[in-house]
Design a protein around this ligand. Structure first.
Ligand code: ASP
Length: 591
């Protein structure tokens, strides 16, 4: 028998019992007459004691053991004189009577403790060692709990879990596909799914009514800290539902997950339209842990002789509560420079300080009287001591820039509090997005998203300009400024779907070639349906108040998309290339 207990469960109640434990040697302390070893497994750490006076040979054996040796010990549980209140097992220790080395270990290349000295790449290469660290292991265990609770909730609501294929044909969801060459069909390729989108819609046509899957998706995009080439979604689809049904179901799921995994009760989620989100926060994923909403000032700041404002499409500002004193001229200059960095690209930044005596100090004091500035301050609900920060320019760009500033001020002012969760639904996204560069429409969500009922006629018959104003039954769930999920009511009518493909620039042939199966299915009685997908990795990170999704993936890829442990991607042999007819194609290209 390897163990009677695990390394995290022995307590005072067990004192006097003879037990057996197995685990890894976390640390040892040799005091000559006595040697202490911390034995670790997934469940915790238990202190072992070896005493020279009791058994010299055994104690000498224990002194020689290195970190990460795998041990099996038997001994007596006894009360500790020197208790450790930080450890659940801290009141007891084991007086070891026998010891077996189950496996020796090389000295690990970094320390396996809460905080490690190992660099990112080294830890990724030895991922199995990094995964032994409690912090990392806890994240993976948390992920498992979240998946189990998701399944419980959805099963309870009559959802059926269906696996959809991984080798498919490309689905256009905006990113590049990973492709897999087919050996049996020379010169042809599968694509890995960016999401199971078309399959889940087909499952609705097939009558499954409520589908879900915790599923891997693949997108060949440039990577960032919160992106991975393969990631996981909680993917869902429902039939005979309105947007309201979907929002309620998945608001319920989110509340259930917060309650069961971190014990947080979420209040009902506020809902705002895409337009309102852009107007008030300059972002379709606003962080609502703090307000600092935008105030538009065109009507009070233009036509007063300040040409920068007069020539701007939008003059808009935020009010930073009680920050007037915190910002010297030097600080304002630094903040302005921060706004001018190329990633943000503001031309300048106007400030107004609301003095306690009712006067104002402003970078545009030459152009505006105190009476003018008072009108701004009133419009922005500013109090004495507040700092107004104002941008102007082209509407869309200026809003984006002010969104950056709002988030930066929120950060600086400590308003993004840990443990504070502010979910919201963003609704009524535009259906289509006009792209100046490629001179064509893109689907804002994806090509299967339905316009709002009241917009269907305009979509079928309207002109080019009309298309820009169409709204979709599309929604995003946002928590603390992170997009956690998104979905839509789908088109279930063949003519409307064809029209959408037309608008998106697919020729009839291309549409038939890529989506013939879906258009075909729509001719055999497709029910009205809609769905949503949550980014599972990101949900884990947000619930745990962390920014990187990588820490919640057992075997993540690095920023170059490499798996450092198995060293992938890698070249393949000439035989494999030949078998896949890729060698031939390469030669042809070279010729
Ligand atoms: N397939 C969509 C996505 O991956 C989600 C959905 O519309 O259900 O974003």
């Amino acid at each position: 028998m390897y163990r009677t207990h695990n390394c995290g469960e022995l307590r005072m109640d067990n004192v006097g019992q003879t037990i057996t434990l197995s685990g890894w040697l976390q640390a040892s302390r040799d005091f000559g007459g006595m040697t202490f070893i911390d034995l670790r497994d997934r469940y915790g750490i238990t202190q072992l004691v070896f005493n020279m006076e009791d058994d010299e040979a055994l104690c000498n054996q224990a002194r020689k053991l290195g970190r990460e040796y795998v041990l099996k010990i038997s001994g007596l549980v006894r009360e500790r004189t020197n208790k450790n209140p930080n450890r659940p097992t801290g009141n007891i220790e084991i007086e070891v009577k026998s010891l077996e080395v189950l496996n020796a270990a090389k000295t690990p290349p970094f320390t396996i403790e809460e905080d490690t000295d190992g660099g990112e790449d080294l830890r990724m290469k030895y991922r199995y060692l990094d995964l032994r660290r409690k912090k990392v292991q806890d994240n993976i265990i948390f992920r498992s709990e979240l998946a189990i609770e998701t399944r419980k909730y959805l099963a309870n609501k009559d959802f059926i879990e269906v696996e959809t294929p991984v080798l498919i044909k490309s689905t256009p969801e905006g990113a590049r596909d990973f492709v897999v060459p087919s050996r049996m069909n020379t010169g042809e390729f599968y694509a890995l799914p960016q999401s199971p989108q078309t399959f889940k819609q087909i499952l609705m046509v097939a009558g499954f009514d409520k589908y879900f899957q915790i599923v891997k998706c693949f997108r060949d995009e440039d990577l960032r800290a919160d992106r991975q080439p393969e990631f996981t979604q909680i993917d869902c689809e429902m039939s005979f539902v309105t947007q309201e049904d979907i929002l309620n179901t998945f608001e319920g799921l989110t509340k259930h997950l917060f309650k069961t995994t971190i014990g947080v009760d979420l209040a009902d989620f506020p809902r705002i339209s895409y337009d309102e989100a852009m107007e008030k926060y300059g972002s379709d994923k606003p962080d609502l842990r703090f307000d600092m909403a935008f105030t538009e000032l065109n009507d009070v700041a233009q036509q007063k002789g300040f040409s920068v404002f007069d020539n701007a499409e939008l003059v808009v500002g935020i009010c930073a509560t009680a920050q007037a004193n915190a910002y010297s001229n030097k600080d304002i200059k630094a903040l302005t420079e921060w706004m001018q960095q190329p990633q943000i690209g503001a031309k300048g930044l106007v400030y107004v300080k609301v003095n306690p005596d009712g006067t104002f100090k402003s970078s545009v004091g030459k152009f505006f009287s105190d009476d003018d500035l008072k009108v701004w301050a009133n419009k922005m609900n500013a109090k004495p001591g507040d700092l107004l920060l104002i941008l102007s320019g082209e509407t869309e760009k200026t809003r984006k820039q002010l969104n950056n500033l709002r988030l930066e001020m929120g950060r600086r002012m400590g308003l993004m509090k840990e443990g504070d969760f502010k979910p919201l639904w963003v609704l009524d996204f535009p259906l289509l997005e006009w792209d100046e560069e490629s001179n064509r429409f893109h689907a804002m969500h994806h090509p299967f998203t339905s316009p709002k009922k009241e917009d269907v006629d305009r979509m079928m018959a309207g002109d080019h300009e009309t298309m820009k104003s169409l709204r979709a039954d599309a929604y995003d769930l946002v928590i603390n400024g992170s997009e956690i999920g998104g979905g839509s009511i789908r088109i279930h009518d063949r003519a409307l779907q064809s029209r959408n493909f037309d608008l998106l620039g697919f020729s009839k042939e291309e549409a038939a070639d890529q989506f013939g199966f879906l258009l075909g299915a729509f001719e055999y009685g497709a029910p009205p349906h809609g769905g949503i997908a949550f980014g599972f990795d990101r949900l884990c990170a947000v619930l745990k108040g962390q920014s990187s999704i990588r820490d919640f993936i057992a075997f993540p890829k690095n920023n170059q998309g490499r798996d450092m442990m198995i060293d992938a991607p890698a070249t393949i042999s000439a035989e494999q290339l030949e078998e896949l007819a890729l060698l031939l194609q390469k030669k042809e290209v070279e010729r």
